[in-house]
Design a protein around this ligand. Structure first.
Ligand code: AMP
Length: 114
């Protein structure tokens, strides 16, 4: 999408601190980290604005995304635990409307979240 920040990061026209990528998924560090490890995982293609638009056709990309998240968690030594979060809608804190997941780790997390 022309005016989407994460589409621009995906193609490299806006710089990011890339962590890893696969065929369909890119992982890069959040510019405003909420934990010692805070990595964003996005589909390179703008397949959905948020998780509310996920359909079964996105299954393979999502499996790739989860697998990559687990690999990064291992690389970042998050054996104590890590969290994957996706915000849906402004009321839940979503600010970029290109499907993404936050991989958070390196500190304790409470439950339920605040
Ligand atoms: P959300 O609020 O769930 O939509 O998450 C969007 C995230 O993108 C926030 O945590 C921001 O800190 C992060 N963010 C915004 N701009 C950039 C950028 N240029 N590079 C990396 N992360 C960004």
């Amino acid at each position: 999408m022309a005016d989407c920040l994460f589409c621009k990061i995906a193609v490299g026209s806006i710089p990011s601190e890339r962590v890893e990528e696969t065929e369909r998924v890119l992982a890069f560090r959040d510019i405003n980290p909420a934990a010692p490890t805070h990595v964003l995982l996005i589909p390179k293609e703008h397949v959905a604005d948020s998780a509310a638009q996920i359909r079964s056709e996105h299954g393979e990309m999502l499996a790739e995304l989860f697998e990559l998240a687990a690999r990064i968690a291992e690389d970042e030594h998050l054996a104590d635990g890590w969290r994957l979060v996706t915000n849906v809608g402004a009321g839940a804190g979503q600010s970029v409307f290109h499907l993404h997941m936050h991989l958070l780790g390196g500190r304790p997390f409470g439950w339920p979240p605040g």
